[in-house]
Design a binder for this molecule. Sequence first.
Ligand code: CUA
Length: 196
Amino acid sequence: MADQSANPLRRTLSDGIVPQEVVARTEKSWLMVMAAMLVVMMAIIVVTGIMGALHPASNVEVIDPLTLHLQGEFVESNLGTAAEPDGSVTVRIVAEQYNFVPRCVRVPANTPVKFRLTSADAVHGFLLPNTNVNTMVVPGFVSEVRTSFAAPGEYAMPCNEFCGLGHHAMWAHVSAVQQDQFQNLTSVERARCAAQ
Ligand code: CUA
């Protein structure tokens, strides 16, 4: 009898058992579905990564962290607060382990302030409590944040990204003064303040 064939694969299947070819075809279909899902998910990861998530979300500006002190916007003589023709000010700061350069800057109160920061080494953070200022400072990129100081005063700005053993001691200070007082300062006095 065929049912008693020596080769078990040749024996007639009893009722309820799905033939091997049908099983193989069904598995193949499900494999195609799985492969399609993987392709779709990989595509989503690649597209969203390229379109928005793999680089800073706004104001993408690159800079060579190795030549900050030699050329360009972040040479030492250009750091600190600079007045702009439209009445606003731009503050340029370099973050490095474990310091902000300059450590203290002076700005006029009630004036648009644009901070431009970059890092010479590790990833640092720049945070001004109770304001919109909170940015990572990443080597190779320029971080830009805009704010305004409603009242004169001393503002402490801690590094809020763990950057190494001296992270806890890394602070920047901003001294906001009245606008007319700011106008009377020399460019050197405007650029940085001695207070620590
Ligand atoms: Cu710089 Cu933490």
